[in-house]
Each structure stands twice: as structure tokens, then as C-alpha cells.
Ligand binder design. Sequence first.
Ligand code: TRP
Length: 331
Amino acid sequence: MNKEIVLTGIKPTGTPHLGNYVGALKPLIEQSRNHKTYIFIADLHALNIIKDPQEIKRHTYEIAAIMMSLGLDVNNSVLFKQSDIVQVYQLATLLMNVTPKGLMNRAHSYKAAIDKNIAAGLDEDAGINMGLYTYPILMAADILLYDTDVVPVGADQKQHVEFARDIAGYFNHIYGKTFKLPESIIGESTGIIPGLDGRKMSKSYDNIIPLLAPEAELKKKIMRIITDSKLPEESKDPDTSTIFQLYKHFASDVEIEEFRQQFLSGGMGYGTAKTILFDKINSVLSKPRAEYERLMMNPSEIDKVLETGAQKARIVAEKTLARVMKVMLGK
Ligand code: TRP
């Protein structure tokens, strides 16, 4: 068991899709086999966008059930809800006092929101709440609270992890070494996972394939993948084909090579290729899907796992917060 502490948060703002699985969830589950891994559902971070509690709750259960059914080792790892740990709200408030306002002004997501307002001819802060503005401080609290060494995230979150490191540095400079300096690891090795239209699979492009949707829905989505208009007998380019790019993440090396040859040699229509892709993905996901469906019918089982996770997380959180209260307030 490696000693490094790994932590990441998943925002309950959408139903996880195949791109999330390949790029984030699968590597995370693999990592949990030999690292102490904290995975939490970042429900507090969803609040600046989602105002419907039932929606947050539903996505929270979905994410927890997905992690459990994909084989997350719940003994090696700590799966919990961010909002169950009161120390994170407390630490975020305390960290405000060492966080320069200018750092928040530089956050990509805040700047993007301003740019959007300006482009729409609105006041630059229109619709921007303090949850969005201070988002990086809460995220720093998440990371620093559990003595995290590494934070696996997508490239869009890299700056937030750097901010957590900066904030830890400012804090340590004033109060003496209190926090570890965390580092991000960016999951680049998987490359971009294309969605139905060939662009990066993303909720905002409305081109996703849900991860554990019922079989019929998975099939329907796959059959809708956009292709070029090559005829069955023509040779096709696997490297620009969404079908092939998705297949690569689910098949063995031998199968991938075979499928590549079928593309190149011609004789396989896109309809057939899609059926092959569907069969492959379905064979990998059918067991987790059954377990996922079972768990979603038994939410108390999910609650139990999340509660056990929160108990474990709280032990570390209490210690860290006590350390911080002592150096900041002499308590
Ligand atoms: N901001 C992250 C996202 O949008 C989610 C998140 C919240 C997170 N807290 C975190 C990720 C701490 C890593 C570490 O995906």
C-alpha cells in the first residue's frame, strides 16, 4: 500500500457518462486498490448551480451507487458526502482570512462567467453568487482537511488544485507548517473521449452516452453516433471514428487490433460497427448495471456506506481542524 493520500470530489450536477467513466472513474477505482483514497460527492459545490435539493440528492445517490457497483474498494477508500463533514465549512471560513481576493479574481471559472456576462451586454457580476466566487476556497478546504498528497482531476480543475496549494503555502507562511502542499495529477493518458457528435463527450454539448443507463437506452444512443457517409464496402479510418475511439476503452488489445483491421479493410458497415461497439460496452457494463439498479432500489444500503465513510473522514477532519484552531485562535 502506497502511503500517499489521494483525494477527489465529484460534483452531483449530472448523471455520469462514458467519458467520466473512462477519464476519471475507472482510473480512480484502480488507484483505490493501492492508495488510501478519499472520494466524496461534492454536494456543497453543486449549490451554486442547483437549487433543487431533490436533484442534488438524486445525483448524489447515482454517483455513490456507480462507484460502489463499479467495484470501488470501500475498505481501502473512504466514500462520503462533502456536506456530512461540518469541519469543511469551518475550515473554508478560516481559510478565507489567508486567501487573497486577487487569487479568486484570477479563477478561470469566475473569469469565464464574467466574460459571458460582458458578451451578453450584462453587468459583469450578473447572476454570479459568492458560492461561485469562493468555490476555490471551499475546494482548498476539501483538499487540505484530509492531509491530501495528490488530487486526480480533469485538466479544467488544475488551477483549483494550484490554488489549494497556494492557500496552504500562505497559511504555512503565517502560522508555521500546518498543511501539506497538495499536487494535482491530470488524467491525460486517456485522451479525449468523443461523444455522439464526435466532439468531446460533455453534458454541455448534449452528446453524452450515460454510463449505466438501461441496455435499450445504451443501444439507442450508440446507434445514434454520427459517422461519415462511407459505404459498407469502403475502407474506413478508425482513428477519426467515434465508434473505434470508444471501443478502444473497453476491448482487449487483440480485439482492438481486429476491429481496426475491419475498419481498414472495408466490408463492415457503420451499423455493424455500432453493434459490435454496443455488444462490447454492454458486456463490460452489464454486471455493474445490475448491481447499480439493485442499489438504487435499496438506498439505505448506499446511506450506510456513505455514513461509514463520513465517520472515517471525520476522524481526520477533526484532527486537522483542531490543529488549525490552535494555531489561528490559540484554542
Ligand atoms: N470542483 C471539482 C469539479 O468540478 C469537484 C471538487 C470539489 C473537487 N472539491 C474537490 C475535486 C476537491 C478534487 C478535490 O469537478
